[in-house]
Write a protein that binds this ligand. Structure first.
Ligand code: MN
Length: 410
């Protein structure tokens, strides 16, 4: 089995349908271009039947974005598939993604159809989609809560009908990693023609397990992962692209899989999404959060200044973050205060450093964070009162060099 993972990005579909994340057509096009620069294999650009604007956005992206396969979502309804086919027509490479729920709960309570109706609709949809493209994906919504025998029957039939990717979503984010691994293993063993399709994981983060579940599915044979920038998506979101990709990079010893991602485009993609939607990520979000590479504790700062590997498992530059942030706060040590002063062009005597250090800690007790401006004022105060020589001029700190929305200084 190949060790190449297909990255299926659904930021513009599952992500965009979450409250607060809707985007205009021009904004979707900008983000799609960034996703192409990032190197995702497939961009799920929207759900064309959902609205005229959605169809138009998918068609714009299919017209202007080259590189990734462009995908559109459709229910197993003729009108949905025709609309998706129209929207995707300008693309060099296009995928129609049809879906239907397979769990008895969804069939009986939501769709109000029988298992046989479900099977017929799935097979008919794949046949219809094949008229527009040879690249057809089928998703069994609520797969992880479906009856295994019925699910395997549906999968076998859609593969026979010409579906090339089978996605098994954990739609409600209910699975655990061991459970989803056993689930994928069982499906791959039981479906006789499973080797004719790529299997895909689509995990939601309701219990905070989306990335762990996705990687467990990969360990059990899935070779496509569905994910989003910043992990956005319905409810608690989808598996985060940046976390999946960087886990395979940093822990290649445990997860020896390659992707086509240019990791240096991860942070720019995260920042662009934040700028377009006005929704930032939490400060402690892995990989892309403001604090993801920030070190405030004195012992950590001291270790970082001596050898970054002491507290850093990946370089911020690898994911496009300009540099690690040493935040001056009440946990900072003398070493960090001295280094920041040096970076600002200030040379301090031993006594001055002691005074500045005490003032920094006192300031941090009141204000939490000590900005470069605060530090400059403290230094001026200390140097002014003691009137000692051996001081080089203080150049104005280049505040503009700190990227918007990231870090407080260094
Ligand atoms: Mn979803």
């Amino acid at each position: 089995m190949s060790d190449r993972l297909t990255i299926f990005d659904t930021t513009l579909r599952d992500g965009e349908q979450a409250p607060g994340f809707s985007m205009r057509i021009d904004e979707k096009l900008r983000l799609a271009r960034q996703l192409a620069a990032l190197g995702v294999d497939i961009i799920e650009a929207g759900f064309p039947i959902a609205s005229d604007a959605d169809a138009e956005a998918v068609r714009m992206i299919a017209t202007h974005v080259r590189g990734p396969v462009i995908a559109g979502l459709a229910r197993c309804h003729a009108a949905d598939i025709d609309r998706a086919g129209w929207s995707l027509a300008p693309a060099d490479r296009r995928r129609i993604h049809v879906f239907i729920a397979t769990s008895d709960l969804h069939l009986q309570r939501k769709l109000r159809i029988t298992r046989e109706d479900c099977l017929d609709a799935a097979v008919a949809a794949v046949h219809q989609a094949r008229r527009y493209t040879g690249d057809v994906q089928f998703s069994a919504e609520d797969a992880t809560r479906s009856d295994m025998d019925f699910l395997c029957r549906v999968i076998q039939e859609v593969i026979s009908a010409g579906c090339t990717t089978v996605n098994l979503p954990d739609t409600v984010g209910y699975s655990t990693p061991d459970e989803i691994a056993a689930f994928f293993r069982a499906v791959l063993e039981r479906v006789p023609n499973a080797s004719h399709a790529t299997f895909s994981a689509h995990c939601h983060d309701d219990l905070g397990l989306a990335v762990a579940n996705t990687l467990a599915a990969v360990g059990a044979g899935a070779r496509q992962v569905e994910c989003t920038i910043n992990g956005i998506g319905e409810r608690a979101g989808n598996a985060s692209l940046e976390e999946i990709v960087m886990t395979t990079r940093v822990r290649a010893d445990r997860l020896p899989f390659s992707t086509g991602i240019d990791a240096r485009q991860i942070f720019p993609a995260s920042q662009l999404l934040t700028a377009l939607t006005g929704e930032g990520v939490q400060a402690n979000k892995a990989i892309v959060g403001r604090n993801a590479f920030a070190h405030e504790a004195g012992i950590h700062q001291d270790g970082m200044l001596k050898d970054r590997r002491t507290y850093e498992i990946m370089r911020p530059e690898e994911v496009g973050v300009p540099q690690a942030t040493l935040v001056l706060g009440k946990h900072s040590g003398r070493h960090a205060v001295q280094r920041r002063c040096e970076q600002l062009g200030v040379t301090l005597t031993r006594q001055q450093l002691d005074d500045v250090y005490r003032a920094v800690i006192a300031h941090a007790d009141r204000e939490k964070i000590v900005s470069d401006r605060d530090l400059a004022a403290i230094v001026a105060n200390v140097q002014g009162t003691r009137q000692e020589p051996a001081v080089t001029p203080v150049p104005t700190p280049d505040f503009a060099a700190t990227p918007a929305g990231y870090g407080h200084g260094v």
